[in-house]
Design a protein around this ligand. Structure first.
Ligand code: APR
Length: 239
């Protein structure tokens, strides 16, 4: 089994800015205003405007050679694709069943949808749906009437790391590929530790975070420069 863990750098060459680079996605916005529950409570319209821009931009973008290389890898091997990206370029490239641990721009959910223990379930609404236009101010949940919001994970919110599934696959993973992430945001970055013992590990990034690269083969460059070639060599090695 092969695990591919991706971040914003994977989609950079498709025209979606990364978060922390110059000209990054947050530029011009304060994170606490557009990507926290408090920001949502204070100004829903501003938050929705921000994600509407993101929705429109991401809809227009096309997968790049690195997304297609991952799809090719998944055609040949048992691949689990875990991404922090809320865009759907991996799906557009043909990858099925991507684990979007930070949510998806093309889904909406009820603002009353929380990741909380079942005993508090009576206080939440579990409405979630795929959308083909961004959530607008005034769009209400068809189930409970509260406001709808994008299905993305904000700072301070729980991340669904699919821990049960991760433990099921941990010992089967032969190759772990990390691409285009600063590996600074937790709990996602814990995956590097979780898969530490995987025999063959690659990290593709033009500006790799050397603090987290214990045991990795570092391919210092862009995703499109290294991923297609890596996939071809894995096809030969593991055939
Ligand atoms: N190919 C590969 N990697 C690239 C490329 C490229 N063409 N261009 C930039 N990168 C790298 C950068 O060097 C950087 O290490 O992508 C990484 C992007 O890092 P971040 O902007 O921090 O993005 P990411 O790691 O995905 O952020 C994690 O932070 O704000 C949150 O929820 C948001 O999911 C996001 C999370």
């Amino acid at each position: 089994m092969i695990v591919v863990f991706s971040g914003a750098g994977l989609s950079a060459e498709s025209g979606i800015p990364t978060f922390r680079g110059a000209g990054g996605l947050w530029e011009g916005y304060k994170i606490e205003e557009v990507a926290t529950p408090l920001g949502w409570m204070q100004n829903q319209k501003l938050v929705l405007d921000f994600y509407t821009q993101g929705f429109e931009k991401m809809q227009q973008c096309q997968p790049n050679a690195a997304h297609f290389a991952i799809a090719e890898l998944a055609n040949h091997f048992n691949v689990v694709c875990i991404t922090q990206n809320i865009d759907t370029l991996l799906e557009k490239a043909g990858v099925k069943d991507v684990w979007h641990i930070h949510g998806r721009i093309d889904h909406e959910k009820c603002e009353w949808h929380f990741d909380i223990p079942p005993m508090y379930a009576q206080w939440q609404c579990n409405y979630k749906a795929q959308i083909n236009k961004p959530v607008q101010w005034g769009d209400l949940c068809p189930k409970c009437g509260k406001h709808l919001r994008p299905d993305v994970v904000w700072f301070g919110e729980a991340v669904d790391m699919r821990v049960d599934d991760l433990y099921k696959i941990q010992s089967q993973v032969e190759v772990f590929i990390v691409v285009g992430t600063s590996a600074q945001v937790y709990p996602a970055a814990n995956l590097l530790k979780f898969f530490q013992a995987v025999p063959t590990k690659y990290f593709i990034d033009p500006n790799p975070n050397y603090e987290v690269l214990d045991g990795f083969n570092v391919l210092e460059g862009k995703a499109t420069e290294y991923l297609p070639a890596l996939v071809e060599s894995l096809k030969e090695e593991l055939a």
